[in-house]
Design a protein around this ligand. Structure first.
Ligand code: ATP
Length: 377
């Protein structure tokens, strides 16, 4: 197992730069997910590391070894693609051992290494079966065994679950995350699915238009997004946003929007001017208002009862177009057309300046925006 590094890697196709000064260190045994909207450069970054695409600039390391100029086969990385691409006419054992037979290893060594890899993945009893006689999860394990048998420095996954239906994706997600931890294999995992990135990875790299926006643990990105892009990309339902203005009024910091005037924490470090206030749906609670909370009243538009929780969409009173979604515990009787008052703790507020950057809201000496790695533009 080895760590992986991208140092200032860029990729240009003609005149367009699709990966722009990408810098990332993946620690030995770490699981890092690359996530972002379609076309943001995730797959290209992975392919550059794998040696399937040439970098236009920058350096790539596998462990301490500079692999920038090496062909793909000499980088010792295992790439797991969308489809597991097992050979249908071969048994699981033949599929797993195929790369070793190409290397010209003797039969006894191959059988031994195949058996050891299969045992680690608990598929030792399935070695004589062909792919069509295996379940989806078992096929996935054969594909992983085929990679670990080569003893690679790291695993690179490119959207491995995107062909599966929603239910299978859920189980496969758990399976891959568990295998990765058991085997302790350094992993770089590309996905456009924020749930996969958040639930599987030790750290998440969120990309947009070829650039890294933020690197951090899933919770750092969720609770301390550095800008509006990160704040709205992660989370479902998405963070509620309210456009307005910050005013400094007789020693108080206030947020005003049409029909709304809210007191913000005194410690808000924000110059007067246009801002966006952000509130996660779960931050809106049925709690009485208090000096360290803001209250919002409105009229319920739509209710979705999901069992354990209920999603309530409401039109914020006084604000012409502002609609918010609250995620409240299930069982609360609420219906469309009814008035509603919800409040949110100051600590749950997010504030973004006119450029979309997070504004520090200081609480008990901690700076919200200081957590996670901000990537300079
Ligand atoms: P998706 O989630 O849709 O797979 P992605 O984030 O993985 O997207 P990439 O496949 O890395 O995105 O592509 C990044 C950009 O580079 C896209 O605009 C794509 O059209 C462009 N691109 C990729 N390969 C080539 C190529 N061989 N020639 C020209 N442009 C390319």
């Amino acid at each position: 197992m080895s760590g992986l590094s991208f140092n200032d890697v860029s990729k240009r196709f003609g005149t367009s730069t699709v990966v722009d000064r990408f810098t990332l260190d993946v620690a030995e045994g770490e699981f890092v997910a690359l996530v972002g909207p379609s076309g943001c450069g995730k797959t290209t970054s992975l392919r550059i590391l794998a040696g399937l695409e040439e970098a236009s600039a920058g350096q790539l390391l596998v462990g301490a070894r500079d692999v920038t100029e090496l062909p793909a086969r000499d980088r010792n990385l295992a790439m797991v693609f969308q489809s597991y691409a097992l050979y249908p006419h071969m048994t699981a054992a033949q599929n797993i051992g195929f790369a070793l037979s190409l290397q010209g290893l003797d039969k006894v060594t191959i059988t031994d290494r195949v058996q050891r890899a299969a045992d680690r993945l608990a598929i030792g009893h399935l070695l004589e079966r062909r792919p069509k006689e295996l379940s989806g999860g078992q096929r996935q394990r054969v594909a992983v065994a085929r990679c670990i048998v080569r003893e690679p420095a790291a695993f690179l996954f490119d959207e491995p679950l995107s062909n599966l239906d929603a239910k299978l994706r859920g189980t496969a997600r758990v399976e891959i995350a568990r295998l990765q931890k058991t085997l302790g294999i350094t992993t770089l995992y590309v996905t456009h699915d924020q749930v996969e990135a958040m639930t599987m990875a030790d750290r998440v790299v969120l990309m947009d238009a070829g650039r890294i926006r933020q690197i951090g643990t899933p919770m750092q990105l969720y609770h301390h997004p550095v800008d509006l892009f990160v704040a709205t990309f992660l989370g479902s339902p998405a963070m509620n946003l309210l456009a307005g203005e910050v005013r400094h009024d007789r020693g108080e910091v206030r947020f005003s929007a049409p029909g709304l005037d809210l007191r913000l924490p005194e410690t808000t470090h924000c110059a007067p001017g246009p801002v966006t206030l952000g509130l996660r749906p779960e931050a809106l609670e049925r709690m009485p208002t208090a000096p360290d909370r803001i209250a919002l009243t409105g009229v319920v538009d739509h209710v979705e009862h999901l069992g354990a929780e209920t999603l309530v969409q409401f039109a914020v009173q006084g604000s012409r177009d502002a609609s918010m979604t609250a995620r409240i515990p299930g069982g609360w009787p609420v219906r469309a057309g009814a008035p509603v008052t919800l409040s949110a703790a100051h600590v749950a507020l997010h504030l973004f300046d006119a450029t979309g950057s997070a504004v520090a809201l200081h609480f008990a000496g901690s700076a919200r925006a200081s957590v996670g790695q901000r990537v300079p533009a």
